[in-house]
Design a protein around this ligand. Structure first.
Ligand code: SAH
Length: 396
């Protein structure tokens, strides 16, 4: 009996005082530099986390290669993850039933913020797009559980796995291609806030769309007016929402495939939008130098700061972009400016946008200081889960 019990025990990972403090403060990661001992633990194992004196701190997933060595799961001792994964997926779905409205595209599972570290699931109408980001979630039995639970809950026409090759490399997982895990369908049309979008599960960026901006699209559309410029428009998220409210919109992006999709989306909604393929930094510089004017400008660039070391450069980049945009706004114009870099704090972002206005001798009033849509919840104690800033302001 004793032998049987001990064979059910999880391997133990001992963490430093700093690692233990981090968990006690509500964070869910322990970095490799804060491990005291984790010898011989298999990649992706379910482990017991203990402090330097051997006291149990919680159950977690272990990665043998990531700098994030421990992803915390529970204060309770857990011996198998099948039931836990199923229950947490059901909880995540129930949470969305409370906070998501007016869309059939939203994030169903947001990794740590849903206590499912390493798993992302997005719903697009009758398709589900899944991203598996860690050794632990990649284990065959866990993959099977995830697919089975999602299939029971949604009866989807397709579950598609999206692969980011770099993430698999970092986790030292064998290369895989994006593809179907269940069903046969890989494209559909979804709708949010009454705007329709084509979806191709095997193309595009992220899992296909920027679902985290869904509520910001609706807010932007509420204030936007007149002639509008959507810089970094991707497949037209902001642009189409503005066009539907009667603005005359120009969308700019450097990605041709994104603009081709944007154009199909405009047609789907019966909207007229002018799409320009090009570098938005150059275009803003040239247009502002040439004296172009707009009533509404959206700035939603890709993440500039991928690490803390590039923060200063990123802030200069944001300032420059906002400076040019504000110069082109007519008095009373609306600026919708976003940053999705976690490393850029809201305070820093507001500061550089404010400086950009003052350098233009303009006044900026903030109407709304927004974040990601509620289907991307923010977990208290884990600042990394709060990454999106979307500031809507009027410039006089
Ligand atoms: N606003 C979009 C998401 C934008 S993501 C939405 O809500 O759907 C950032 C976009 O910037 C991507 O589409 C990418 O192709 C584009 N991009 C990256 N660098 C660029 C550049 N220098 N000029 C123009 N577009 C760029």
């Amino acid at each position: 009996m004793a032998a049987k019990l001990s064979s059910l025990e999880n391997p133990k990972v001992k963490v430093s005082h700093r690692g233990a403090q981090r968990l006690k403060a509500g964070h869910v990661w322990v970095y490799r530099s804060d491990l005291v001992s984790a010898d011989g633990i298999a990649p992706g194992s379910l482990v017991d986390v203990v402090d330097e004196r051997g006291r149990f701190l919680g159950s977690a997933f272990y990665s043998s290669s990531s700098q994030i060595a421990i992803r915390w799961l529970s204060r309770e001792p857990i011996r198998q993850t099948d039931d836990l994964l199923r229950q947490r997926i059901r909880d995540a779905i129930a949470y969305r039933e409370r906070v998501v409205e007016d869309t059939n595209a939203y994030r169903v599972v947001f990794s740590e913020a849903d206590f499912l570290p390493g798993l992302i699931v997005d719903r697009y109408d009758d398709l589900l797009a899944v991203e598996i980001l860690t050794q632990a979630m990649d284990q065959e039995s866990r993959r099977a559980t995830i697919v089975s639970e999602l299939s029971d809950a949604f009866r989807p026409a397709g579950i598609i796995e999206r692969i980011e090759a770099k993430i698999r490399e970092l986790e030292q997982l064998p290369a895989r291609a994006s593809g179907l895990l269940l069903g046969e369908k890989t494209s559909t049309v979804f709708a949010m806030n009454g705007v329709k979008f084509h979806y191709d599960a095997l193309a595009g960026q992220k899992t296909g769309a920027f679902l985290d901006q869904r509520e910001n699209y609706a807010a932007a559309a509420q204030y936007a007016r007149g002639e509008a410029l959507d810089a970094f428009c991707y497949q037209g998220g902001f642009a189409l929402h503005l066009a539907q409210r009667g603005s005359k919109v120009t969308g700019v992006d450097s990605s041709r495939p994104a603009l081709e999709m944007a154009d199909r989306n405009a047609e789907l909604n019966g909207c007229q939008v002018e799409w320009i393929e090009g570098n938005a930094f150059d275009l803003l510089r040239d247009y502002s130098a040439a004296g172009h004017k707009y009533d509404t400008i959206v700035l939603d660039p890709p993440a500039f700061a991928r690490s803390r070391s590039t923060l200063e450069t990123a802030l200069r980049g944001y300032k420059e972009l906002n400076l040019r945009a504000i110069r082109m706004l007519r008095p009373g114009g609306i600026l919708i400016t976003c940053s999705c870099s976690y490393h850029v704090s809201r305070a820093d972002f507001l500061r550089v946008v404010g400086e950009a206005a003052r350098d233009n001798r303009r006044s900026l009033r903030i109407i709304e200081s927004r974040t990601q849509a509620r289907d991307h919840p923010i977990l208290s104690g884990v600042p990394e889960t709060a990454y999106l800033k979307c500031i809507i302001s009027t410039v006089s």
